[in-house]
Ligand binder design. Structure first.
Ligand code: PLP
Length: 392
């Protein structure tokens, strides 16, 4: 018999009752150090007092009104994002997938309104992940996501991740509209696009009048030690997808864009009933007030450097389990020798939560305010997991 919850996930036998900062706690009091943060979502950890205060306060006043009316919390969050980034304008969604939908629509509408309706094709890359809607799975093109869900939405040109720049140069045609890429692939296994390649893709877009769409759903909002990952490369996109960390655990996403790239999106061309509701935007603003603070980001960088150094030591101590460390800031991956799923399970037994990804990686994507003591605890618990694996 089918379970009452549609069985699209293979779930771990863990059931948390509450969270405190970087810790998840089961009913019997068993504590797990959370290096997964709900897949890079709980940017400030669990039950952060400022987020609890914000959501309680807003919940007692107003949750939802729809976008038929002005929403001051939405304007405040949009203003803050515009102040802090390349963007001139923002649309709020409830998820990364919805941000992908709008990013794709916005790019195509831009060229349509410019009198170039033939420009519809969007270049995407192997190992990418942009969500699970029909457009998002078509964008990725991965067999495991699209198989059985045809007809697959046309207009995506899939390119290799290795040599992305050369592949993109060779693939530009009269129907190319945009390049869509994650500066660091998350689901794809913490694969970092070198700054020089991101710059070269920006140049390619400028040369051919294409739009650069960055998917910063996982790598954005302070995760890499800059507010957005592309800042490391010194470039800006035309359109950017954001979600995960921005809501700190509340479902919130956004598309940020330049005035030019957004020029086709006039009244009536897109919408969302829930997107940008007062509750979500109030929470998002509190998250951004923390993460957008340069001192906070400097501290993320300092602790990320320490974590990485300790992880290098862990790899050296357990060469039969760990091969290498990769990533930027607090978006880190450990390449494993045994199947990553076994390493994640050994972590559970040792009281530490990690998240598997492609390329036999376990992801370490903790709350951004993970403390130095917790970094020490993370290393101890990952070490215990590795020791248990090699003993077994
Ligand atoms: C998680 C993710 C998405 C999809 O976001 P949802 O909120 O699950 O819809 C899109 N792109 C990237 C890079 C992601 O990591």
């Amino acid at each position: 018999m089918i379970p009452s919850v549609l069985p699209t996930y293979n779930r771990a036998p863990l059931e948390f009752e509450r969270g405190e900062g970087a810790w998840l706690i089961e009913k019997d009091g068993r504590r797990f150090l959370d290096l997964g943060a709900g897949i890079a979502v709980n940017a400030l950890g669990h039950a952060h007092p400022d987020l609890v205060a914000t959501i309680s306060d807003q919940a007692s006043k107003l949750w939802h009104v729809s976008n038929l009316y002005k929403i001051p919390q939405q304007e405040a969050l949009a203003n803050r994002l515009v102040d802090l980034t390349f963007a001139d304008t923002v649309f709020f969604t409830n998820s990364g997938t919805e941000a992908c939908e709008l990013a794709v629509k916005m790019a195509r509408k831009y060229f349509y309104e410019k009198g170039e309706p033939e420009k519809v094709d969007i270049m995407t890359f192997d190992g990418s992940f942009h969500g699970r809607s029909s457009a998002a799975i078509a964008a990725s093109g991965a067999e495991k996501m699209v198989k059985g869900f045809g007809p697959v939405l046309p207009g995506f040109v899939h390119l290799p991740w290795e040599n992305a720049v050369e592949a993109a140069k060779a693939a530009v045609t009269d129907t190319t509209a945009a390049i869509l890429i994650e500066p660091i692939q998350g689901e794809g296994g913490i694969r970092v696009l070198p700054d020089a390649e991101l710059k070269a893709l920006r140049d390619l877009c400028d040369t051919h009048g294409l739009l650069l769409i960055l998917d910063e759903v996982q790598c954005g909002v302070g995760r890499t030690g800059r507010l957005f990952a592309h800042e490391w490369a010194g470039i800006t996109p035309d359109i950017m997808m954001v979600a995960k960390g921005i809501g700190g655990g509340f479902p919130l996403g956004a598309v940020l864009a330049t005035e030019e790239a957004a020029s086709g999106m006039v009244a009536g061309t897109h919408g969302s009933t829930y997107g940008g509701n007062p509750l979500g935007c109030a929470v998002g603003l509190t998250v951004l007030n923390h993460v957008g603070d340069p001192d906070f980001l400097a501290d993320v960088n300092r602790r990320a450097g320490l974590f990485r150094q300790r992880l290098e030591g862990l790899v050296a101590d357990h060469p039969e389990v760990f091969e290498s460390v990769r990533g930027t800031g607090l978006m880190l991956g450990l390449k494993c020798k045994p199947p990553a799923g076994e390493v994640v399970a050994a972590g559970y037994a040792a009281g530490v939560i990690t998240v598997p990804a492609a390329d036999n990686i376990i992801r370490l994507i903790p709350p951004l305010n993970l403390t130095e003591d917790e970094i020490g605890e993370a290393i101890a618990r990952l070490g215990a997991a590795a020791t248990a694996l090699t003993a077994g």
